[in-house]
Design a protein around this ligand. Sequence first.
Ligand code: CAA
Length: 285
Amino acid sequence: MARQIQQLLVVGAGQMGNGIAQVAATAGLDVILNDISLAYAQKGLRNIEHNLSRLVAKGRLTDVEKQAILSRITLSDDVEDGAQVDMAIEAATEHLGIKLDIFRRLDQVVRPEAILATNTSSLPITEIAAVTGRPELVIGMHFMNPVPVMQLIEVIRGLATKDEVYETVMELSRTLGKHPVEVQDFPGFVSNRVLMPMINEAIYCVYEGVSKPEDVDAVMKMGMNHPMGPLQLADFIGLDTCLSIMEVLYEGFADSKYRPCPLLRKYVSAGWLGKKVGHGFYVYE
Ligand code: CAA
């Protein structure tokens, strides 16, 4: 039987975390948006305000509704503020050590019945669950970027995840207006196991001189109706994130078909991480 989730702690107020907080508050949940400093949490809230104001300008939301959504979000710089929540979703940096530390801390401070979810895009749920004393209450809830726009959530069951927790997260995803799919805990899940090799192959096309970035992207946009070409999408996701996901696939399956393209490594070493730094396969003003 699915549980009712009303109070949510979101750990990490960056691109993914503030998007999750926005959709949850829009669906009527009470949200604590947490980051390591209030300044980061405030930055996340400003992004939510900006997104909601755009919806008001388009006539999709009234100003009163916008204010009501914002009033359901509380900012925090200490996860202990979420001690009484029904569920926590971690959306911090995609680094295993950082996530393990956050889960150890959440396990200590959040009430023992609460569900602990991670928005990881490729790290092992089972390993994250194992550092807590409640692995049966730990689950993956992988949102896509931009969270307010994309319909999909991958719901990833760790080895120990209880059915009740899985059903609760499926139900919560529908409450958020999303389409959840069930995925088992293997490297890259489904989304990144399919997406990242395509992006990596597009980078190989540039590396081997088969075509230039604009044209590789044009092939996939105009030839396959993708909303963004793979290199534009790689810049949008972040080339460091793309590389770390390829490493997870490469190591996790021990298969050379997931070998990260040397050009991807070179760009990451140069600090050309994509749109967030203004330079990746394209230059951003
Ligand atoms: N936040 C909120 N809304 C946003 C947004 C954002 N960051 N970016 C765009 N939007 C909204 C716009 O307001 C607009 O809304 P309306 O149609 O209601 O007016 C709509 O999205 C379309 O935006 P634009 O017209 O500005 O531009 P677009 O048509 O090119 O769409 C896009 C932008 C939705 C990002 C589209 O290009 C797209 O779907 N790109 C592919 C995105 C994708 O593949 N995401 C998955 C990435 S992989 C991932 O997330 C998993 C992982 O683990 C790495």
